[in-house]
Design a protein around this ligand. Structure first.
Ligand SMILES: [Ca+2]
Length: 225
């Protein structure tokens, strides 16, 4: 039986055909190597850009520069880094999955059918597509006063929100604050998702994956042919 081996650059976790979640090196642009945690499932490989299992509450209230470069432990609670997320999400069209573990320990999903982060010159503004899932849409439903889609990133030392106040100083952690929030998963004081948890979720993570350009065909299948 012929085994097809994909050669060349592994631009994302999706390009790595593995069964085991773990640390892998990807190359979103030529010669830019990036260590990431990959998650593999029935729908292909996903790159983890955030995990907050409330194992290390003190890492989240930090500076613009730390959110830019990334912090934490890739195997546990971490932020991959806005510059890395920008690189990954702008080479190919991506979609995103926000996973939340409720106070009762049940997993809920919020999927967005497109996802990208603009560059630092646009303050890592987030762009999201259509929502589907069972967590509730806390990222785009709060518009116009608490919507996160199309917002710039803010940290305790950079106020890029639309509030007269400084949301990141008040709410804690870095996020795409508006006026101020419907959601914030990067928070040591508690995970916040308007429809699901007001600080009492047990954990969260955010996964991204390239969207293959073959309409109607799921990504994993598309990659396998
Ligand atoms: Ca402000």
């Amino acid at each position: 039986m012929l085994e097809r081996v994909k050669k060349g650059r592994m631009e994302s976790c999706t390009a790595i055909k593995q069964a085991h979640n773990g640390l892998y090196v990807v190359e979103p642009v030529p010669n830019k190597l990036l260590l990431v945690w990959c998650i593999f499932g029935e729908d292909g490989g996903w790159t983890l850009i955030q995990r907050n299992c409330r194992k290390n509450l003190r890492i989240w209230d930090t500076t613009w520069d730390c959110y830019k470069k990334g912090f934490g432990d890739l195997k546990n609670d971490h932020w991959l880094g806005n510059e890395h997320i920008h690189l990954l999400s702008t080479q190919q069209l991506h979609h995103a999955r926000f996973r939340l573990r409720s106070a009762a320990g049940k997993q809920h999903l919020a999927n967005y059918d497109s996802f990208s982060l603009e560059g630092e010159n646009q303050c890592y503004r987030i762009r999201l597509g259509r929502y589907s899932g069972n967590a509730g849409d806390a990222m785009t439903s709060g518009e116009p006063s608490a919507g996160h889609d199309n917002m710039k990133f803010s940290t305790r030392d950079q106020d890029n929100d639309l509030s007269g106040a400084h949301c990141a100083q008040m709410g804690g952690g870095g996020w795409w604050y508006d006026n101020c929030r419907f959601a914030n998963l990067n928070n040591g004081n508690g995970i916040y998702w308007q429809q699901l948890c007001r600080g009492d979720c047990q954990g969260s993570d955010i996964l991204i994956q390239p969207v293959e350009n073959c309409s109607g065909v799921p990504c994993a299948y598309c990659n396998a042919v």
